[in-house]
Design a binder for this molecule. Structure first.
Ligand code: GDP
Length: 139
């Protein structure tokens, strides 16, 4: 099933570096509508569950530590072709490989501290949105 929604997190480095406003401006000026949003903080259990697909990877513990160390902004975004267009807007996982003008190119520090999350499929967008938001928080 193809939907027009994706899920994002502005990760702790984005919040720490004062980049919430600039990143949201980039997102909305690229045609995404914010349909849900909150400032929140992941627990260790939340981060382990959210990134369970990576639990065998050598960077898993560092990833959990990073994602839980401070607040994040979680949001659901709407646009035609949302998942794919948002992945294009954020750029490659490693900011040194992210195209000029992408969010990771502009705001990310490293492959591990890469500023933003974007869902990689429609099914994961729906799962990740439901992980953070109830129906009554989506507009
Ligand atoms: P994404 O979909 O572009 O976020 O990338 P992945 O799903 O492959 O990885 C999830 C997250 O794990 C990334 O956004 C990074 O924060 C982190 N990560 C991915 N690869 C590495 C790595 O090689 N080293 C470290 N330290 N972190 C990584």
């Amino acid at each position: 099933m193809v939907t027009n929604k994706t899920f994002t997190m502005l990760k702790p480095d984005s919040v720490e570096n004062g980049n919430i406003g600039a990143i949201l401006e980039k997102i909305t000026s690229s045609g995404f509508r914010i349909v849900a949003m909150k400032l929140t903080q992941l627990t260790t259990a939340d981060a382990k569950a959210f990134y369970a697909v990576h639990n065998e990877r050598p960077f898993f513990d560092d990833l959990v530590e990073y994602m839980t160390r401070g607040p994040i902004v979680a949001a659901i975004l709407e646009k035609d072709n949302a998942v794919q267009d948002f992945r294009t807007l954020i750029g490659a996982t490693n900011p040194s490989e992210a195209a000029e003008g992408t969010i990771r190119n502009m705001f990310a520090e490293s492959i591990s501290q890469n500023a933003v999350h974007g869902s990689d499929s429609d099914i994961n967008a729906a799962i990740e949105a439901a992980f953070h938001f109830s129906e009554r928080e989506m507009f």
